[in-house]
Write a protein that binds this ligand. Structure first.
Ligand code: AMP
Length: 183
């Protein structure tokens, strides 16, 4: 059943998201969320909604994916009363790390987390700003599982549903506030 409160929030987000063509490379339509962040009421509503959606999931730890995932994950962690941990690009974290490499359309990339970022069995909510192909979130989830955590859900503000990223994340529920069905 459609939830009118959620629909209203989704519509407000859609109105504020700025489409930037050909960034960071030709052919990419970049979804810029900074106009959402600069609207304190809307930013707060987004964080509250993401936290409310998982308040009954016994989350122990919220993990954000570099860099825009941090912006949403940290305040959601505060709302849920959990800790926060970052998953970052290689070479950014100061302490000992575990790394996962993953394939991109052309070439590969990698993500790292501190070896002690996760306690064994912790129930993790993974957050990023945008779900596109799902490769980044899948790699982050695998990394967290290798560290002994249990990814119980992934949440995104925006989902580029036409790219099918959700299908790659079938191991846990995937939640997004706004779904784009066409690029
Ligand atoms: P993915 O293809 O799901 O692995 O997306 C990789 C990362 O790039 C995610 O962390 C997203 O934040 C970001 N991203 C991918 N496509 C876009 C887009 N069109 N607009 C903004 N961010 C994007």
């Amino acid at each position: 059943m459609p939830d009118p409160t959620l629909d209203r929030l989704a519509e407000r987000i859609r109105q504020r998201v700025r489409d930037v063509p050909d960034f960071p490379q030709p052919g990419i339509l970049f979804k810029d969320l900074t106009p959402v962040l600069s609207d304190s009421e809307l930013f707060s509503a987004v964080v509250r909604q993401l936290a409310d959606d998982f308040s009954s999931h016994d989350i122990d730890l919220v993990v954000g994916i570099e860099a825009r995932g941090f912006i949403f994950a940290a305040p959601v962690a505060l709302h849920l009363g959990t800790g926060f941990a970052p998953v970052r690009k290689p070479g950014k974290l100061p302490y000992r790390t575990r790394r996962i490499e993953y394939a991109l359309e052309y070439g590969s990339d990698a993500l790292e987390a501190h070896v002690d970022a996760v306690q064994p069995g912790q129930r993790i909510l993974l957050i990023d700003d945008v779900l596109a192909t799902g490769g980044t979130a899948l790699a982050a989830a695998q990394l967290l599982e290798q560290l002994g955590g249990r990814v119980v859900a992934a949440a995104f503000v925006l989902e580029l549903a036409f790219l099918g990223g959700r299908n790659r994340l079938s191991a846990f529920p995937v939640h997004s506030l706004v779904k784009y069905t066409a690029g």
